[in-house]
Structure formats: C-alpha cells, structure tokens
Design a protein around this ligand. Structure first.
Ligand SMILES: Nc1ncnc2c1ncn2[C@@H]1O[C@H](COP(=O)(O)OP(=O)(O)OP(=O)(O)O)[C@@H](O)[C@H]1O
Ligand SMILES: [Mg+2]
Length: 410
C-alpha cells in the first residue's frame, strides 16, 4: 500500500471538513493548504478567482480559523458603494464633514476592530481611496472624513477581486504599491472548469443539502449525468452549479437524475423558451442569482402552505373557497397556482405546484412579480411585514414594487 497517497487523501478530507470547502482537485488541495497556513496569522490576503468560484467562502474560512473568530467579520462590497461615499463608509466621518453628516459615524474599519474586514471587489475602489487603504494596510491607521486626528484599528484585511489586478495596474486603474502589498499572499480559487473532477462531489452535496432543507426526495444522479455536467463550462462557477442543481432537485420529481434531464436544463439555460418549454422558471442570466434562490424558496413555502391549507379544508377547519367568492378566509397564496392546483400533493415525491407545465410560461421576473403581489395582498400592503416574509430588504421591495408597477387594487 502506498502510505503517502493514503496520508494525502486523509489530509485533504480533514481540511475540506475543517474549512467547509469541498474539492480534491490539485487546485483546491493547494488552496486548502494555504488557508491552513495563513488563517491563524494576521497577514493580509488577496483572494483571486472568477465570479461564483468561492472567494467569500475562503475569506470566511480565514476569519473563522483565526484568533479573531469571535470578533466581527465585516464584508464590504467595494463595487456596490458609490465612489462619493466610499470613504465615509469605510473610515467613518465627523459631524459636519459634509452636508447631511449630522453626527459622527463609525466606518466599516472601526466596526471590524479586533476582527477581519473582507474588501470584496477591491479592484472597484477609486484610486484616491486606494492610497488610504494602503495606509491602513501599512500602519493600521486612517482618517475619518472631516477629522484631523487619525484612528488606529486592529483589523485584518482580506481582499478579493474577480478582475485581473495585474492588468488593472498596467491600465492605470489599480495602484501598483497597493497591489504589491496585497499580492504577497494570494489565494487563487480555481474556476470550476479547471477542477471538473470535483463536480460530482459538489453536485451530490448541493443536491442532498437542498433535499434535506426542503424535505423532498432525491435519489441521486446517474454516472452519465455527472459526465454531462463535467463537460459543461460553468461560466458562473460553483454558484451556477449550485443553482442549477437546486432548481433541478426541486423541480424534478425525486427520481434518479439522468442525462436527459441534465441536457434539458443545460439547454434551457442557454436557449430559454422555444428549445425548452418545460423549464418552469427560465434561467435568465440577468436575474440575480440570489433572487432566483428567493423565488424557488418562496415557491416552496407556498407549496407547503397550500398543503397545510388543503389539510385544513379537508378537516373542515377552513371553509372551501367558493367559485368567485371573496371570502376573507380564502388564502391569496392559492391564487398563485394555475387551475389544476387541486391535484394531490405528495409531499414525499412530487412537488406538484412546481409541475413544469404549470409554470412553464412564466419568466423568473413574472413569478417574482406574482409572489410579491400576493404577499403584499396577504399583508394588506404592509411593506415591512411583506419584506420580512419574503426575506427581502425593505428598500429592495420598494424598488421592485416600482419596477413591476404593482399597485394596490381597491
Ligand atoms: N468549494 C466549495 N464547496 C462548497 N460550496 C462552495 C464551494 N465554493 C463555493 N461554494 C458555494 O458557492 C456559492 C458561491 O460562492 P462565493 O459566494 O464564495 O463565490 P464568490 O467567488 O465570492 O462569488 P462573487 O465573485 O460572485 O462574489 C456559495 O453558496 C458558496 O457557499
Ligand atoms: Mg463574493
């Protein structure tokens, strides 16, 4: 027996478990080794990798396995903060520093004191701000906006970028000094297409987790199904794989997922409607992945509610809704279902509400609009309660109401 190989396999298993990062490919193994080495230190780390490849997962593993794990882990998406306010967000401001600054305000660095700050999409920060970040990296010091006294914090910096920062430096949009300071320890998260041997394990994990979470049956994938998945290029990396698997596990009926199903969903992803009228929620790449997850989650909650509702109706606790009745007890969620919603819902095997033909004609946006409208009606247009029920920021809800032009019917 080759002891060294046995040892390595075991070691990878241990590290995978320890960090919650799945994969046995060479790229992942060396990534896990680096995490193991640098996590307990205070050294700043740059995480490079394509979108959806797992950068945030790596950052959080670094924090969780450091002496700072009991202190804050503050995630800052630098790309999402407008340039005009980024410094005040990062470093805080003094009262009166600018119009509207009515009191002193803590920035993210202060909030992260003692812990770790994760500067996601660091390549998106304006050049002027980059100088200030360099100063924090080198001296642990910064000036809140409008203040003349610097502040010192004890924060570990982990940064990530899905852009090639070296190219950004050449193009003059990223400071060379900051890049060199950051890149000393770089963890490169491999793209999924460069670690195809990990696809089966990842697919199984996502499918099983999803089945358990949603209490549905999942019997596994055929070997052919894995082969097809390994051939795909997964431009959205692990996030794409995860969403793909979850949609499939939820929308299929609980049998073994075979090649034909995978082809159907993959084709649908690239050629939405005509090629695949069976795909219930069109996988529109423009729709944010998180929203897609939300939609599926909501559909699931509705499915459960409907099952409960049917139970209550069967027991006579709730009167059966009359044709065209506006009985108060009639549950608006039921309206989401097309006409044949009365078919038996077998909670073990058949997500009847998600029968492909039922939702086939709807785009993800239409399903979302429908869900928001129904939820608003359910909560009598109380936006706070609706946002809570949809697990959506109130601000996002307002935006969507406007975007979808949802109005309260009187
Ligand atoms: N190796 C892995 N094992 C298990 N789950 C993973 C792995 N890598 C990523 N994931 C999961 O995939 C999803 C995407 O990962 P993550 O958010 O960390 O990617 P990212 O690189 O930060 O993406 P983006 O560039 O879009 O911000 C998450 O749900 C994460 O938990
Ligand atoms: Mg991320």
């Amino acid at each position: 027996m080759d002891n060294s190989i046995y040892f390595e396999t075991n070691r990878t298993d241990t590290l995978q478990q320890k960090f919650g990062i799945l994969g046995k490919s060479t790229g992942v193994q060396s990534m896990l080794e680096t995490i193991e080495q640098v996590a307990p230190t205070d050294i700043s780390v740059l995480i490079a990798g394509e979108s959806g490849s797992g950068k945030e997962l790596v950052a959080s593993a670094l924090h969780k396995h450091s002496r700072r794990s009991h202190k804050p882990f503050v995630i800052v998406n630098c790309g999402a903060i407008p340039a005009g306010i980024i410094e005040s967000e990062l470093f805080g401001h003094k009262k009166g520093a600018f119009t509207g600054a009515q009191s002193d305000r803590k920035g993210y660095f202060q909030s992260a004191d003692g812990g770790t700050i994760f500067l996601d999409e660091i390549g998106e920060t304006p050049l002027e701000t980059q100088v200030k970040l360099l100063r924090v990296l080198e001296q642990g010091e910064f000036l809140p906006v409008g203040s003349s006294t610097s502040m010192k914090v004890d924060v570990r910096i982990v940064a990530a970028s899905n852009r090639n920062l070296e190219k950004e430096v050449e193009a003059g949009s990223f400071r060379k000094d900051l890049f060199y300071r950051l890149k000393a320890i770089t963890i490169t998260v491999p793209s999924l297409r460069d670690r195809r041997e990990d696809i089966a394990a990842l697919a199984n994990k996502f499918a099983n987790d999803c089945a358990v979470r949603n209490q549905i049956l999942f019997k596994g994938f055929s070997e052919g199904a894995f082969q097809v998945m390994r051939q795909h290029s997964w431009p959205g990396n692990i996030r794409e794989l995860k969403n793909f698997i979850e949609s499939m596990v939820i929308l299929e009926k609980g049998g073994v997922i075979k090649t034909d199903v995978i082809y159907r969903y993959l084709n649908a992803e690239s050629t939405p409607t005509e090629m695949n009228p069976l795909l219930p929620v069109k996988l529109d790449r423009n729709v944010d992945q998180a929203e897609r997850e939300l939609i599926l989650q909501q559909l699931f909650m509705l499915r459960r509610e409907i099952a409960e509702m049917k139970e209550l109706i069967a027991q006579g606790v709730v009167p059966r809704p009359q044709e065209g009745s506006s009985s108060e007890e009639y549950h608006p969620a039921l309206e989401v279902l097309p006409d044949d919603h009365n078919q038996e819902i077998d909670s073990e095997s058949s997500p009847a509400i998600l029968n492909p033909t039922l939702l086939g004609a709807l785009t993800a946006a239409q399903v979302e609009k429908e869900l928001i409208t129904r939820s608003l009606e359910r909560f009598n247009f109380n936006k706070r309660k609706t946002a809570q029920a949809l697990e959506m920021a109130e601000r996002t809800l307002y935006r969507k109401i406007k975007e979808y032009d949802i109005v309260k019917e009187s």
